[in-house]
Write a protein of this length. Sequence first.
Length: 65
Amino acid sequence: MPEHLRTDPGLAAPDDFYAALMELHRDLAPEDSTKVNAKLVLLLANHIGDMQVLREAIDAARPKP
C-alpha cells in the first residue's frame, strides 16, 4: 500500500481529462503517441517532484504477475 502516493479520486472532472488525453493522441502515428506519453510522464513527474511518490507510482503501475 503506497504511503505517500495519492490513489483516491482526485480529478474534479475525470471525463474531461480523459477526453483531453484522447484528443492529444488523435491522428498521431504510434511512435509519436509513445513519445507524447513519455513527454507527459516526464512533465508530470517534474511537477510532482517527490522521488518517494514517483517510486510508489512506478511500483503501482508495474504489471503484477
